[in-house]
Design a protein around this ligand. Structure first.
Ligand code: ARG
Length: 465
């Protein structure tokens, strides 16, 4: 029999003509779902154990099946396993290899199971593992941000709104703003994991099974916290994958913002930070170039992750219950989402600890653009001037400084007094950027002592959850 023959197919019984070679390839998923092999084997071992505990399989059969699956696992790990398109997917490739290896007993593995509940189980096991390692990588990147924030708590930089100089801030405070974005991503992933961690196995093709299975045994063996309540929903639900993909999209949106700031900050014009050479490349034509490739790529990769979210949610749109072959299309977007965020977390995690901070140029930039104008207005308010009036008075001071092409602190005390009689010599201290930073001394503020306190809390939060 040729590879094209349906005799090899587990479902070939009712078919007369062999599958067309192109259609065989078109409908197969083994090219990409072989990546689920480890989780498929874990699921099958648990299923076999459960079937034995409820008396459907003999213990000798169980032992043969499990040994066979373990040998297949070794073959796959060693790269010895031969995957066949004719066997369609990871599930049938492994089952076929099992029968070849242990004979008739292998055919009993699929008792009380369908590929529909099997594949749903595999993806959940795979994604749960991925979330766990993503959380480890993310925490390490976040620790890197806290370390940097602590080191640079008293480093002044201009804070921006509309990308225009707004008020002086601590560079450490800025790093902790990034930390907060990622802290929300982390919380979302931890929460998403709960809905991933539900057992579909036992739902059969859609309606359950006539065998006296015990799903709680399978759940326990596989570490699932809950058992899917409804067999129809269990085989067709991919919400958990969509939800994960939404979490990943949000993470990549944050990464793209962080990356964009790094790209800006490494320009000649900003020169706020220096990326380690390992994270840059040169230009084939311009000898002076050192391009911020890693942040640029991370920024660019956000696109594909957003796209995968749209693919997945569209895949599920209008699907009638229960399983449909459409669902086979969930894997590639999901895998690529995982691969992309794993790599981006790794790249960012490696980049942050080696980030060079150009304190002098950040300070020089903060001195420009009248960043302490608000401090001056606040000072006048302290002297009894209503805020709206104070705002207008300081507006006048800025206009004067622009005319004279100088900074606010270069105006004379007479000029200040002429602008408002409540002005005193103290204005010069108020206009100082370090003073400005220190003055924002409350929970969530940019004062260096507050930044240090926030670093401590951040570390504790990472430890706690
Ligand atoms: N390869 C399939 C998938 O990924 C497995 C389930 C196939 N089920 C079926 N009834 N054809 O969705």
């Amino acid at each position: 029999m040729s590879e094209k023959s349906n005799s090899k197919k587990s479902w070939g019984g009712r078919f007369n003509t062999p599958t067309d070679a192109f259609i065989e390839r078109f409908t197969a998923s083994v090219q990409f779902d072989k990546r689920l092999s480890e989780h498929d084997i874990q699921g099958s071992i648990a299923h076999t154990t459960m079937l034995t505990e409820v008396g459907i399989l003999e213990t000798s059969e169980r032992d043969q099946i499990i040994e066979g699956l373990q040998a297949i696992r070794s073959d796959i790990e060693a790269g010895r396993f031969v995957w066949s398109i004719a066997l369609e997917d990871v599930h049938m490739n492994i089952e076929h290899a099992l029968v070849e290896r242990i004979g008739e007993t292998g055919k009993k593995l699929h008792t009380a199971r369908s590929r529909n509940d099997q594949v749903a189980t595999d993806i959940r096991l795979y994604l749960r593992d991925q979330i766990d390692s993503i959380l480890v990588g993310l925490a390490s990147l976040m620790h890197g941000l806290v370390d940097l924030a602590e080191r640079e708590a008293a480093t002044v930089m201009p804070g921006f709104t509309h990308l225009q100089t707004a008020q002086p801030i601590s560079f450490g405070h800025h790093m902790l703003a990034w930390f907060e974005m990622l802290a929300r991503d982390r919380e979302r992933l931890i929460d998403c994991r709960k809905r991933v961690n539900v057992l579909p196995l036992g739902a059969g093709a859609l309606a359950g099974t006539t065998f006296p299975i015990d799903r709680s045994i399978s759940a326990k063996l596989l570490g699932f916290e809950a058992i899917a309540e409804n067999s129809l929903d269990a085989v067709s639900d991919r919400d958990f994958a969509i939800e994960f993909s939404a979490c990943a999209a949000m993470l990549m949106m944050h990464f793209s913002r962080m990356a964009e700031e790094l790209v800006l900050w490494t320009t000649q014009q900003f020169s706020f930070v220096i990326l380690d050479d390992a994270f840059c490349t040169g230009s084939s034509m311009m000898p002076q170039k050192k391009n911020p490739d890693v942040p640029e790529l991370i920024r660019g990769k956000s696109g594909r992750v957003f796209g995968h979210f749209v693919s997945l949610i569209t895949l599920m749109k209008s699907q009638p219950l229960a399983y449909n072959k459409d669902n086979q299309e969930d894997k590639e977007p999901l895998f690529d989402t995982v691969d992309t965020i794993v790599d981006c977390i790794k790249a960012f995690g490696a980049l942050i600890p080696g980030l060079g901070v150009n304190r002098d140029s950040m300070r020089a930039a903060a001195e420009k653009g009248f960043a302490t104008a608000t401090d001056l207005a606040d000072y006048l308010v302290g002297r009894g001037v209503p805020f709206r009036d104070a705002h207008a008075v300081v507006g006048g001071a800025v206009r004067l400084a622009v005319e004279k092409n100088c900074n606010l602190k270069d105006l004379s005390i007479d000029e200040f007094k002429k602008l408002h009689p409540a002005m005193t010599e103290k204005v010069y201290a108020v206009l100082d950027i370090d003073h400005s930073l220190k003055a924002r001394d409350h929970f969530g503020g940019t004062a260096p002592t507050q930044v240090l306190a926030a670093c401590e809390r951040a570390r504790r939060r990472l430890e706690e959850s």
